[in-house]
Design a binder for this molecule. Structure first.
Ligand SMILES: [Zn+2]
Length: 73
């Protein structure tokens, strides 16, 4: 498995864990459902990215603070 980073124009960066070689240039944003654009990040940098670390900790963190969910319309 590999982590791929995407950028939503509305919500900002998010990442998706997929089997190697299966990532597409676009991926639906988990928050608003709009297609996010693939961001090509060197693996060693992605591993240090706060956004990436935040994604891994999201489930844990949501127990302490409510997650902001944007709703269109
Ligand atoms: Zn979004």
């Amino acid at each position: 498995m590999a982590t791929y980073e995407f950028q939503c124009s509305a919500c900002g960066p998010f990442d998706v864990v997929l089997p190697m070689g299966t990532a597409s240039p676009y991926r639906d944003c988990p928050q608003c459902g709009k297609p996010g654009r693939r961001v090509f990040t060197p693996p060693h940098l992605a591993r240090l990215s706060p956004a990436l670390a935040g994604a891994f900790a999201r489930e844990e963190r949501s127990r302490h603070e409510p997650e902001v969910v944007r709703r269109a319309g």
